[in-house]
Design a protein. Structure first.
Ligand code: FE
Length: 307
């Protein structure tokens, strides 16, 4: 049995394919990550869950830290998933990569005027920046990895600069940020590229493009969706085989095409629309750092007035 915070229309085709190939039936329960973790905790050794699948390294880190996951030693997973996209203690493995990058309308804001996440704090962008709320785990993870590389003091200065440059109060989601740029309400924003991919799949004329920041430095901030074997699974072998399959070429291609994310397995291409945005250098800091520093990031954003 799988507990997953990924939405059903995304994971069901994968589960069905696994059943077709192996004859193993997958039962699952979907909910948001925090209630699923609470459920795993409350159920303890009575849980039916063998695998936990969720998004964001912060959630995965927390699940591991709460003792809800157990280490999985697997040569196949070690080969398929790069080391910075998995838990150093093997309690979870990234299965897709989510790039959180700058987006702009190239007609209004040329790519040559853009450079880094830090540069978005420069006063030249006053009244031009749109961000999603700091309550988003995605922004918490972005800021957490900035703390890890730039230090807390410098990061806080950057976040204060972002807040000073906002064109509008923080938005509830990434889609709203993309729409506000398309509408000319803001010049630049920061979003996960799969939202842009899904919007452009429906509307190829949408005048918003990704820009890859920090290419001369640490690279684009990436996060993961991932999976781990639950601490109290009574089908550890089956759970491991399923996660191994999810990391395989076929499943990775299926997953990436469906959701417009990047495959975690570097041998596999993203969807053609996504490939069309070109290659970029990604930040290879271990994504578990985002989890470790998430609470500090939340406090820092609060101090900096980022709501
Ligand atoms: Fe998302």
């Amino acid at each position: 049995m799988v507990y997953t915070s990924r939405n059903e229309q995304l994971v069901k085709p994968l589960f069905d394919r696994y059943t077709e190939e192996t004859g193993v039936k997958i039962t699952y329960l979907t909910d948001k990550a925090p209630p699923l973790m609470e459920r795993l905790r409350a159920e303890g050794d009575r849980t039916q869950a063998d695998v936990f699948i969720t998004v964001d390294a912060g959630n995965l880190w927390q699940a591991a830290n709460l003792g809800l996951l157990q280490p999985t030693e697997s040569a196949e997973l070690q080969a398929n998933i790069p080391s910075h996209l998995r838990d150093p203690d093997n309690r979870w493995y990234g299965l897709s990569v989510r790039a959180r990058t700058i987006v702009h309308n190239p007609q209004v804001t040329p790519a040559m005027s853009l450079s880094t996440y830090e540069d978005l704090a420069d006063p030249k962008w006053r009244g031009k920046l749109c961000l999603r709320s700091s309550k988003s785990e995605y922004n918490q993870s972005l800021v957490a990895t900035m703390i890890a590389t730039l230090g807390a003091e410098r990061t806080e200065g950057v976040v204060r600069g972002w807040v000073a440059n906002l064109a509008a109060p923080p938005f509830a989601n990434d889609v709203a940020v993309i729409e506000a740029i398309a509408a000319g309400r803001c010049a630049i924003g920061v979003v996960n590229t799969y939202y842009l991919g899904r919007q452009k799949r429906d509307n190829p004329e949408l005048p918003v493009q990704p820009f890859w920041p920090n290419q001369d430095g640490r690279g684009v901030h990436v996060n993961v969706s991932g999976a781990g074997v639950t601490a109290h699974s009574d089908n550890v072998e089956g759970a491991r085989a399923f996660i191994e399959w999810l990391s395989s070429d076929k499943a990775q291609a299926l997953y990436a095409n469906e959701n417009m994310e990047y495959p975690a397995n570097p041998k596999i291409d993203a969807a053609s629309l996504v490939e069309g945005w070109g290659d970029f250098k990604a930040d290879v800091i271990n994504v578990s750092e985002a989890g470790r520093l998430q609470a500090e990031a939340v406090k820092l954003m609060d101090r900096a007035g980022y709501r």
